[in-house]
Design a protein around this ligand. Structure first.
Ligand SMILES: Cc1cc2nc3c(=O)[nH]c(=O)nc-3n(C[C@H](O)[C@H](O)[C@H](O)COP(=O)(O)OP(=O)(O)OC[C@H]3O[C@@H](n4cnc5c(N)ncnc54)[C@H](O)[C@@H]3O)c2cc1C
Length: 289
């Protein structure tokens, strides 16, 4: 097995304009380098063999975590460890704060980035499901201008996103968690730090004793994060004492057939999805009490 990348040109961009210049001239033959925790192994294994790698670590516009109107804006180059330590994230996007400790190990979380995870779009990754649950908006940019893409439109398949070859993800906007917001994150793994066999990122709000705006996004069960709309409809608008987990879980049987992977059958994943759904509903009911 080869463990050396094909020769490539390395460009360290100082600005977004530098990045656009490389992407415009090389198209599909250029790759953006963020934390390198997925790209570098892919280069070494020659799963990716671009002509040019453009390093965006020094691009100031991709850094920072700040409030932006009624959203929290997380720069694409924010390291996982930085996001996990952010008081703004803990207060306004607690689902993200809950999810990050489940990603890999500390050494990887010190290098890997928020935006890199989303652009990599691994169906077993934690953050794409969080973005889907939270109705995040992705701010993309190219030499042609900027556009905003909803999380539901950003993920289009395994390792596939709505990013055009000449675009970069600059930041992600997450609506601020309101009063009464509750969040749940859990996954089932063989060993701590591994990719999940199945996982769930969920959020909702309690208002006047009624559960509303429930969003359940599963990961590691399909070619992209899966928003369980049937399950959500079963639980929406219920009081805590009328939330029946079995009725809610039954919606999964009719709505969705998980895809098996190398280690876990579709039937086992469906079972785990129900286990996670019951845990989420119990956590939400407990939070209301
Ligand atoms: C041992 C190990 C275990 C891991 N376990 C997990 C895990 O449990 N869960 C998990 O989610 N991940 C896991 N990962 C992957 C890790 O989270 C990566 O950090 C992440 O997938 C990619 O982030 P990165 O910043 O390293 O991106 P990079 O590796 O630099 O880039 C990844 C891809 O995204 C593109 N890209 C990056 N940033 C941008 C941008 N701003 N605009 C456009 N394109 C961009 C790159 O071109 C590349 O195609 C693991 C990795 C390792 C090595």
């Amino acid at each position: 097995m080869r463990l050396k990348p094909r020769a490539f040109e390395y460009v360290r961009a100082a600005s977004l304009q530098d990045v656009f210049a490389v992407l415009d001239s090389h198209g599909d033959e250029a790759k953006v380098l963020a934390g390198g925790q997925s790209l570098v192994p892919a280069l070494n294994l020659r799963l990716a063999a671009p002509e040019v790698v453009v390093d965006v670590n020094a691009v100031e516009d991709l850094h920072g975590i700040a409030l932006a109107g009624d959203s929290l804006r997380i720069g694409a180059m924010s390291r996982y460890s930085e996001v996990a330590a952010s008081e703004l994230v803990a207060r306004h996007a607690p689902l993200i704060a809950r999810a990050i400790p489940f990603i890999a190990h500390p050494a990887i979380r010190n290098r890997g980035t928020f935006g890199g995870s989303l652009c990599n779009a691994d169906p077993a990754s934690e953050l794409p499901a969080c973005a889907l649950a939270l109705q995040a908006v992705f701010n993309l940019s190219s030499s042609a201008g900027a556009r905003a893409v909803a999380a539901e439109d950003f993920f289009v398949g395994t390792y596939a996103t709505a990013l055009e070859p000449n675009e970069v993800l600059v930041s992600v906007d997450i609506p601020l968690a309101g009063d009464g917001a509750v969040t749940f994150f859990d996954e089932v793994v063989r060993r701590r730090g591994d990719y999940a066999m199945a996982g769930l990122a969920a959020c909702a709000g309690w208002s006047g004793g009624i559960l509303s705006n429930l969003r359940l996004a599963f990961f590691a069960v399909s070619d992209m994060p899966y928003l369980a709309k049937g399950v959500m409809a079963q639980a929406e608008g219920k009081a805590a004492d009328s939330l029946d987990p079995e009725t809610v879980c039954a919606a999964l049987d009719t709505d969705f057939a998980p895809q098996e992977d190398l280690t876990t059958s579709g039937a086992a994943k469906l079972h785990l999805m129900k286990v996670l759904t019951r845990r989420a509903l119990a956590a939400f009911a407990g939070a209301e009490g």
